[in-house]
Design a protein around this ligand. Sequence first.
Ligand SMILES: NC(=O)c1ccc[n+]([C@@H]2O[C@H](COP(=O)([O-])OP(=O)(O)OC[C@H]3O[C@@H](n4cnc5c(N)ncnc54)[C@H](O)[C@@H]3O)[C@@H](O)[C@H]2O)c1
Ligand SMILES: O=P(O)(O)OC[C@@H](O)CO
Ligand SMILES: [Zn+2]
Length: 347
Amino acid sequence: MKFRLPWIVSMGEGAFESLPEALHDVGCSSALVVTDSTVKKLFGWRIEGLLGGNSIRVGFVEVATNHQPTLDKLHVEIPWGDFGCVLGMGGGRPVDVGKYLAYKSSKPFVSVPTSISHDGFASPIVALKDDGGNPLSLFTAPPRAVIVDLEVVSKAPRRLLASGVGDIVAKVTSVADARLAIRERGEDIPESSLRLAESAASMVLENIEEVSRWSTRGLRVLAEAGLMAGMAMSVAGSSRPCSGAEHLFSHAVDKLYPERGGLHGEQVGVGSIVSAYLHGIDWRRLRDALKRVGAPTSVREIGLSVEEAARALLEAPRLRQRYTILHKLNLSEREAREAITATVGSE
Ligand SMILES: NC(=O)c1ccc[n+]([C@@H]2O[C@H](COP(=O)([O-])OP(=O)(O)OC[C@H]3O[C@@H](n4cnc5c(N)ncnc54)[C@H](O)[C@@H]3O)[C@@H](O)[C@H]2O)c1
Ligand SMILES: O=P(O)(O)OC[C@@H](O)CO
Ligand SMILES: [Zn+2]
């Protein structure tokens, strides 16, 4: 086993203020900030003031896609000699894109999530799409520094935070898939990575009331869980502990219905309820936790009919070789429809 973890993690109210010091520690005196237009409008001025005031030069690039060929074109247009590091600021997408550009240019990456809507802010994984809309899960390097300002995160729309709960409680089923693969396929997955992912889900499930209040304590639980999930992926050397059948369902929704669907964590949460049912795990516990935080618990809430969701469930195992409950069961059309109807078909 060989893995890397972030050097610096700064988490708490006002953690943004520690950015200049973190950049100094990673040896960066000029940063390329990768973000999106919404997040730039909200926080760009603050980052510029904070870093500029500490003699750190700042350039911005706004991204609206995670399409790999487009990002490869963007990569060759960036004057890399001007920048000592890349800072990814926003939800999961700018963080992924920043991580990818940093990796390709061999620059340190600093992750600055503005919402905990996903578990990629401390992970070494970059989730992109290819020309056909198929998911690409690339193993790069973990961020050198992770800065989570809980005051900033607390002001993110509730929908984003509820989506983050979906990505975390989904570790119940991703770990179940990993254990299934160990048992039935002899797959080699470090136990410690599974324990980290399991603990991330347990922390959130056991504190779901506090999390649903979006108090600083609740947000800290969610953010720490995201950190643990990121570490699980570093230890495993892939997203294996954190991405099973529920993620394949979400990737299939992205592929089949690119103009519809919900946020990543919303789709994954719904997929996790179905996957838990197929595993014979207490799926109602996951559903109730998601409902408690206001996350979608039905396919209708992510913009799909039962038929469309059943189609995504059938497409899901074709998207990746990684063994999951969907590969084991090889559902028929009727079984897929029944599984959706029994769990996430109404409301
Ligand atoms: N690399 C990994 O390990 C990993 C893990 C999980 C998810 N992901 C990826 O992350 C992406 C999903 O992340 P996402 O749902 O955050 O998507 P996203 O980055 O597109 O963000 C969703 C929306 O939230 C807005 N936003 C972010 N912070 C805000 C704030 N504080 N206030 C107001 N608006 C804010 C953004 O502008 C955007 O419109 C997917 O592409 C998924 O594949 C990657
Ligand atoms: O490898 P994938 O399936 O993109 O998963 C990464 C991440 O979304 C896990 O929460
Ligand atoms: Zn995910």
